[in-house]
Design a protein around this ligand. Structure first.
Ligand SMILES: NC(=O)c1ccc[n+]([C@@H]2O[C@H](COP(=O)([O-])OP(=O)(O)OC[C@H]3O[C@@H](n4cnc5c(N)ncnc54)[C@H](O)[C@@H]3O)[C@@H](O)[C@H]2O)c1
Length: 364
């Protein structure tokens, strides 16, 4: 049995961003043991991780954040030094239809995890071994969103000091979980760090979100539904750059701090969709305008925030992080990945991915 210098519990590692974080840590740090804890909801897909699933420093645990007993069992079994918490209900449209699911997983689930970490890390035996501070060398890292800050007008940027003003049930639940994480830091001295990130895109993105949905719709020649007038503005970040930022904050971020992470690039939805159409036509060798003809404007989403834009100056200045690719480059890489991974896409759209755990893991 190999010995490890660290054990990190990563929650939500079968999801979109979590799978990139798991892959980065498993491959970059062979001396760390990575425990991926995920309930495998509709958004969890173990086929995101087939390339690293047999690595000696990787373990998967199918556990729901709402099951405090199972969370405690995982903590006792693996004794993680740190938690990187990404598991969440993450889709705004679903939160409008079913807000309570977001309260359960994002709020109650996060508090369950905080409780287990606090209780297990402050056990008497640990305290005796480590002196006065049971939380030495421990870290609870919460991955959050810029949507907690609400909406901006035509100008301005979200900074780490921007007051919280969430508008959707999703952002309200993430804001609440951020508050609980900080409260556990302030009340119990739990070492915490939070990052608030803008919209991610890239390989393994679940095709209900704008970019992968539209790539899939262009491939299958279906309409591209654009909300309202298409003038909504978002900052976009390539998911691999987010994973690199998480690695940096995990190792070098100041405990108790918050860092905003963003791509330094704002796009109006309609401009983004047109750029996507342009690149898709080029790559599929379609006549110019083929994909744009699929655009259809649909009724706006209620409570739709007009503009998000993030000031990622703090993480840049303190930790030297900046995105490695422009949006056009990242989008190109994303399209290439989807075009060469049709099997993955088919597995998701047909629902076959949901049987992978039973087929591959259940008997291990
Ligand atoms: N996607 C973005 O653009 C974005 C931007 C900023 C922040 N975030 C945050 O990053 C995190 C990951 O986002 P994502 O886009 O990868 O999400 P995702 O929906 O792709 O993945 C979420 C994962 O959490 C798991 N999960 C859900 N409920 C669970 C529960 N009760 N117990 C255990 N596991 C559960 C799912 O199975 C899935 O694997 C979320 O916390 C999200 O709020 C996302």
């Amino acid at each position: 049995m190999p010995s490890f210098t660290k054990t990190i519990l990563i929650t939500g590692g079968a999801g979109f961003i979590g799978s990139h974080v798991v892959r980065l840590f498993v491959t970059k740090y062979p001396d760390y043991r990575i425990v991926n804890l995920d309930a495998l909801t509709y958004a969890g897909n173990l086929q995101n991780l087939t390339d690293i699933e047999t690595a000696p420093n990787y373990v998967f645990e199918k556990v729901n954040l709402l099951d405090a007993t199972e969370l405690a069992r995982v903590f006792t079994q693996y004794q993680p030094d740190s938690v990187i918490h990404l598991a969440a209900e993450s889709h705004v449209d679903r939160s409008i239809l079913s807000p309570l699911d977001f309260v359960y997983t994002n709020v109650v689930g996060t508090v369950n995890l905080l409780n287990v970490a606090k209780t297990q890390w402050s056990q008497k035996t640990l305290r005796q071994a480590q002196g006065d501070n049971p939380f030495d060398n421990k870290l609870f890292y919460h991955v959050s969103t810029d949507e907690v800050y609400g909406a901006l007008g035509e100008t301005g940027l979200f900074t780490e000091e921007t007051p919280y003003d969430p508008h959707s049930p999703y952002s309200a639940s993430k804001a609440s979980s951020d508050h609980f994480v900080r409260a556990y830091g302030d009340t119990y001295g739990l070492p915490v760090v939070i990052t608030n990130c803008s919209n991610n895109y890239g390989p393994y993105h679940f095709p209900e979100k704008l970019i992968p949905l539209f790539i899939n719709n262009i491939i299958t020649k279906k309409p591209l539904p654009v909300y309202g007038d298409g003038q909504y503005t978002r900052d976009w970040l390539f998911v691999k750059d987010h994973a690199i930022a998480i690695d940096l904050v995990f190792h070098k971020g100041k405990k108790g701090s918050t860092y905003n992470i963003g791509g330094f690039n704002e796009w109006k939805n309609i401009d983004l969709v047109k750029e996507l159409c342009r690149q898709m036509d080029e790559k599929l060798e379609n006549p110019v305008g083929t994909s744009e003809a699929l655009i259809t404007y649909v009724k706006d989403r209620p409570g739709h925030d007009r503009r998000y834009a993030i000031d990622a100056g703090k993480i840049n200045k303190e930790l030297g992080w900046e995105p490695s690719v422009t949006f056009e480059e990242g989008l190109g890489q994303t399209i290439d990945w989807f075009l060469s991974n049709e099997e993955w896409l088919k597995g998701v759209t047909s629902g076959a991915y949901q049987h992978y755990y039973e087929e591959q893991y259940a008997e291990r």
